[in-house]
Design a protein around this ligand. Structure first.
Ligand code: RAM
Length: 358
């Protein structure tokens, strides 16, 4: 089923089942040298049948630690790691725009000689020097959720195709506003690799398919609830004819929903984007939001954990075509540029949202 077909089905409320595409602080390690000895990340040779190592320390460094989305994703990673006999830890900044802070955390993890770093980058370039140092120290570097430049990590665990996410969000909103009028985007941080990739495809989709829709502004709420709320308010004040907002961030869409819900724009200005079902259920039920989408963050964190262990165990090195097992999630293949894709996102609406609990 094509992306546009899927979205038309979503807009009409029909064929919901067809949309449910399968997506669906620890301690410092003590035996780094032993754990690293047979698993040179980045080398050409992988042994898919090598035994998985135990006793590894895998550190998660999300964009920000106080964001419920990352609590879900990292808890997913923690469960996998504990089940495999590894040690999990999570560190990170409370702000999603503290790139210097994120780089400092990488340095600390290098000093602690963790075996792997799983990181959602606040900025595509800012961590590169530090992450390259980590890799040269034989620490496996797995980006998840938000990538760095490809040469700064071993693998990127991507939540879904960036192109599909960007285009489907535009198609969602276009269907809801009747294909014409002014729209805005409420994003996260201006440097966020993932949001910027999605926005690039949103622009493409608008140009290709919707000549009567004008993107009047991209606002940045920095994945901060208050800033996102104020930016939403500002959009409505500056553009009184605004028909809709796309917010491709769980923090942004929640803040925008809260603002719209308490305003005279509720139900009139359409809102879609990426959010968690538990945070947005109320707004779907009261008519503030018709439909939005997301992947299961816990599965994203879990897949990153399996990938980190596979790298450290020498089962993969990050080269295209290599495969690794991800427990009951099945087998995954490394794609071009070291990207492993989790799957297709799910579109949530009034008909299916109660089936999800995250
Ligand atoms: C926020 C973050 C994260 C993004 C989700 C959709 O929690 O910006 O990086 O993937 O939204």
């Amino acid at each position: 089923m094509s992306v546009s077909t899927r979205l038309m089905a979503a807009a009409s409320g029909a064929a919901v089942a067809a949309l449910l595409l399968s997506a669906c602080s620890g301690t410092t390690k003590s035996s780094n040298a032993a754990a690293n000895s047979a698993a040179p990340s980045g080398s050409a040779n992988a042994n898919a049948n090598a035994a998985s190592k135990t006793g590894l320390t895998v550190a998660y460094l999300p964009k920000q630690v106080n964001n419920p989305y990352f609590t879900i994703s990292d808890t997913g990673g923690q469960k996998v790691l504990q089940g495999l006999g590894e040690t999990y830890k999570e560190v990170g900044t409370t702000s999603a725009t503290d790139t210097a802070g994120q780089a400092n955390y990488v340095n600390t993890l290098i000093q602690q000689q963790v075996n792997a770093i799983v990181v959602s980058a606040q900025d595509q370039n800012a961590l590169c020097t530090n992450l390259k140092q980590a890799m040269s120290d034989k620490i496996s570097v797995v980006t998840y959720d938000s990538d760095t430049n490809a040469d700064c990590r071993n693998l990127f665990i991507s939540q879904a195709s960036s192109e599909a996410l960007g285009r489907t969000e535009v198609d969602q909103l276009a269907g809801q506003i009747g294909g014409s009028g002014q729209i805005a985007i409420l994003s996260a941080a201006q440097t966020a690799t993932n949001q910027n990739a999605w926005i690039g495809f949103m622009k493409d989709e608008l140009t290709a398919k919707y000549p009567n829709i004008q993107l009047v502004k991209i606002a940045y709420g920095n994945d901060d609830a208050q800033t996102s709320y104020q930016q939403t308010q500002g959009l409505l004040q500056s553009y009184p004819n605004l028909k809709g907002i796309i917010s491709p961030t769980t923090v942004g869409i929640l803040a925008a929903a809260q603002y719209l819900d308490g305003s005279s724009y509720k139900g009139k200005v359409k809102l879609t984007g990426l959010g968690t079902p538990n945070q947005l259920r109320k707004y779907v039920k009261d008519g503030t939001i018709t439909a939005f989408e997301l992947w299961d963050p816990a599965k994203l964190g879990a897949l990153a954990a399996y990938a980190a262990v596979a790298l450290q165990s020498g089962q993969i090195t990050g080269a295209q075509g290599q495969t690794f097992k991800a427990g009951d999630m099945g087998q995954y293949t490394v794609g071009a540029s070291g990207v492993v894709t989790l799957g297709d996102p799910t579109v949530f609406n009034a008909a299916n949202i109660d089936q999800y609990n995250f």
